[in-house]
Write a protein that binds this ligand. Structure first.
Ligand SMILES: [Mg+2]
Length: 314
């Protein structure tokens, strides 16, 4: 990409992640200035605003590319604003988890971003749409929905990994294993007490590979259903997942599909999409195939559990 191709829309969430990580966005911006690019910086005031800014850039002839600086929430809104346009998106990861950026092969180093920018290697990114709301990473039903809702209630601005500790602990001891019915492409696959995950990416929080066979550009969403009605079983599922042995376990259903419906005969199942509180059940999820063109590091692999934990501590 050359400066003559047009300006770069630089959409920054000033509230994302821990304060110390804000430097990466500034450093990449300085790099672009040095290379002679015109960078149009916008600070977002809300998630909806991030989507509007990106949608405006997507139809602006003079805009050559969009950069999203923020966490998974910001990236999702910017991606949604770009849906269907062929303008490339580059992510500068600046959130707590950066699940999508990690999946695309980004770490939190400037060099990885500048190399990807220079190589202009593009891959298609699918998205999911849950009751009309888009997501790029994972939708969770049950346990992690409850954790996310607890964290969200307590959230005041910046958030770090430690903010998840007590919500997970409390949810584990109070959790009620409600039944859920899962239909994939018109077929009822399961109906009973369970934890359900639907998504686009292979690595979840701290690198755990729940949807371990997911490919973010294959036009399909991966579904993992953990049959689960007790804390003991939940602990067993967690251990098998960390050991990457869960997908072939007898009490786990692992499938792929384009249209997934999750419902329940109770109204107490909580949901999350992309780490934010999600819609109430029933939820109908459809894949949006090849929604966005993303610039990604060539041949990069997502970081695993060990690397993610070291990064979280460091
Ligand atoms: Mg896929």
């Amino acid at each position: 990409m050359k400066p003559e191709d047009g300006y770069i829309a630089y959409i920054v969430n000033p509230k994302s992640g821990a304060t110390s990580s804000n430097l990466l966005g500034r450093r990449f911006e300085q790099y672009l200035h040095k290379k002679g690019f015109y960078v149009k910086v916008s600070l977002t005031t809300s998630l909806e605003n991030a989507r509007e800014l990106s949608a405006n850039s997507s139809i602006d002839y003079d805009c050559a590319m969009v950069v999203a600086v923020g966490g998974d929430g910001t990236v999702r809104e910017v991606a949604q604003g770009l849906e269907g346009s062929n303008k490339p998106l580059l992510i500068v990861p600046q959130g707590t988890e950066n699940l999508l950026a990690n999946e695309l092969g980004f770490d939190e180093r400037l060099k990885t971003i500048t190399r990807a920018f220079e190589a202009e290697y593009v891959r298609h990114l699918d998205m999911g749409r849950a009751n009309g709301k888009c997501f790029t990473t994972i939708a969770g039903f049950g346990f992690d929905g409850q954790v996310v809702n607890r964290v969200s209630e307590q959230r005041k601005g910046h958030i770090d990994h430690f903010d998840y500790f007590w919500p997970i602990w409390r949810t584990f001891w109070n959790y009620k294993f409600n039944p859920m019915k899962v239909e994939i492409d018109g077929e009822e696959v399961f109906n009973g007490p369970s934890l359900v995950f639907v998504g686009n990416i292979s690595r979840y929080a701290v690198g755990i590979q729940i949807l371990r066979f997911a490919d973010y550009g294959d036009g399909l969403l991966d579904v993992c259903i953990y049959k689960c009605s007790s804390k003991v079983r939940l602990a067993k599922h967690s251990m098998m997942t960390v050991l990457k042995q869960h997908a072939k376990a007898g009490d786990v259903i692992y499938r792929q599909g384009k249209s997934i419906i999750v419902s329940s005969n109770t109204d107490s199942v909580m949901t999350e999409i992309d780490g934010d509180p999600g819609p109430t059940l029933p939820v109908h999820i459809e894949v949006i195939s090849q929604a966005v063109n993303c610039i990604v590091p060539e041949n990069a692999k997502p970081a695993g559990i060990r690397t993610r934990i070291i990064r979280a501590i460091g």
